[in-house]
Design a protein around this ligand. Structure first.
Ligand code: IMP
Length: 447
């Protein structure tokens, strides 16, 4: 295949989120005409540094920062309109105007105040073992309403449904009763406040709402290139992740079909983003977790604190059992291996290559949480490196040990590392292979 004929790409996470997808997307998006979010909602947090400025985006695609790119929020995203408005306003204050280049699907569902309330109440009521550790952004309850159908509100309803006010009043009243019965006797839910939020959404976001599915197909037919931006990560996927400690959407390229209305066969490059070590926020099994000073050191050096919730992230060695599993499931054609610089100074560096559970060896993760909780990691240690990697710009310039580490990950996971992250700046990333042919290398940073 001629690499320059590649047109559409998907960047997604192979881990439990926070893999550095925002940076990979930001690096690539200048080579694309359209950037699309297709899953999740404001639970995602993408941090991008441009010069001295840091941007934390939750709902807007990261590509929104490039002024020639059209940003699309697809049908599979659950949108909190008030949060989206505050993101739009804060970007506008910093000189990024989205007028005319943001499109929100009329099929996308709306996250309401009662979804967030339900998220918080259900987490609060759950036992310690059952808590999912959600981001409290109402994601699960909104997707549950979507599946239930009669209690869902989409952007098209906002614009066209004649009796939306009456229906919303009924939904709020029913929800007040059911949440009150389930969690406590006095649930505060004001239907007028919910309707006021919807009115604000209609007035301020209505102009962005359209049939994004048709827009994307027409754009692709005209030869415009599209970058699909996965949120969260494959290990949080509702079907394939470490269930039930997952989010409620399809987080990999398989989510593009339902979440954007585009068949994945139209996407040429599937770029699985993964960190050089593992992190997780929230609850759930984490076999290669380091609950010692090495884990603390990775957290401090890698600044591993949540973009959305500020929670410290749990840290551990690279888990090749999971990396191979999610790369296989997603069909990752390329890897973006991020945060290599964070491992400098650790010697040796561990890689989890298998699990031992009840005397058996596993090369792929079992579905059962109990089995995963009991798993012992089989760690392969490889030599570490002391050099600061932040000025390295090619694989050839890497210290020998770092290069060997990258090659070991490629062989264990089964895909080539085409993007490598060696620092937080846009420029501290190098690209090789066909992805290098697709984009120009970033300009050196001025900071
Ligand atoms: P929810 O998506 O808020 O329902 O949270 C479900 C689980 O997914 C929790 O463990 C969250 O911490 C985790 N989660 C959701 N989105 C992200 C993300 O973008 N990065 C990391 N963890 C996430």
């Amino acid at each position: 295949m001629n690499p320059t004929s590649q047109k559409n790409a998907c960047v997604f996470g192979l881990g439990w989120g926070d893999e550095g997808k925002g940076k990979a997307v930001d690096l690539l998006s200048s080579a694309f005409d359209v950037v699309v979010r297709f899953n999740g909602g404001a639970n995602a947090g993408h941090t991008v540094r441009v010069g001295v400025e840091t941007f934390a985006l939750h709902l807007l695609p990261t590509g929104s920062l490039h002024e020639n790119v059209t940003a699309v929020i697809g049908p599979g995203v659950v949108v909190d309109p008030i949060m989206l408005l505050s993101e739009i306003d804060s970007l506008a204050k910093r000189g990024f105007d989205l007028t005319g280049r943001l499109k929100i699907s009329d099929r996308a569902h709306i996250v309401q105040a009662y979804h967030k309330l339900e998220d918080q109440l259900s987490e609060r009521a759950a036992s310690d073992e059952a808590k999912i550790g959600t981001t409290s952004r109402g994601i699960g309850p909104c997707y549950a309403d979507k599946m239930k159908r009669t209690t869902a509100v989409r952007f098209s309803d906002l614009l066209y449904e004649d009796n939306l006010d009456d229906r919303v009043r009924r939904i709020v009243s029913d929800r007040k009763t059911s949440l009150g019965a389930l969690y406590s006797s006095d649930v505060e839910l004001d239907p007028n406040a919910v309707l006021a939020d919807l009115e604000t959404a209609k007035v301020r976001l209505g102009g962005f709402v359209c049939d994004t599915t048709n827009f994307l197909h027409e754009a692709m037919d005209e030869g415009r290139s599209v970058l699909f931006e996965g949120a969260n990560g494959m290990l949080l996927d509702v079907d394939h992740g470490t269930y039930p400690f997952v989010t409620s959407s399809s987080t990999g390229p398989h989510g593009i079909g339902p979440g954007a209305g585009v068949p994945v066969s139209r996407v040429d490059l599937l770029i699985g983003t993964i960190k050089a070590y593992a992190t997780r926020v929230g609850s759930g099994p984490f076999v290669s977790e380091l609950k010692d000073e090495i884990g603390d050191r990775i957290r401090e050096r890698g600044k591993e604190f949540g973009t959305t919730t500020g929670r410290p992230r749990r840290c551990g060695w690279f888990d090749a059992v999971l990396g191979r599993y999610t790369a296989r499931l997603s069909g990752a054609t390329d890897l973006a291996l991020m945060h290599l610089d964070t491992l400098s100074g650790l010697d040796p560096v561990g890689i989890c290559v298998a699990y031992r559970i009840d005397g058996n060896t596993y090369s792929t993760p079992p579905a059962d949480t109990g089995l995963l909780e009991r798993a012992e990691p089989v760690i392969e240690f490889v030599p570490g490196w002391n050099e600061d990697l932040r000025s390295v710009r090619s694989l050839e310039d890497m210290p020998h040990a770092a290069r060997t580490y990258i090659e070991r990950i490629e062989s264990l996971v089964g895909a080539p590392v085409s993007i490598a992250g060696v620092g937080p700046e846009r420029s501290q990333t190098f690209v090789r292979g066909r992805i290098a042919e697709l984009i120009r290398q970033p300009e050196p940073t001025t900071t």
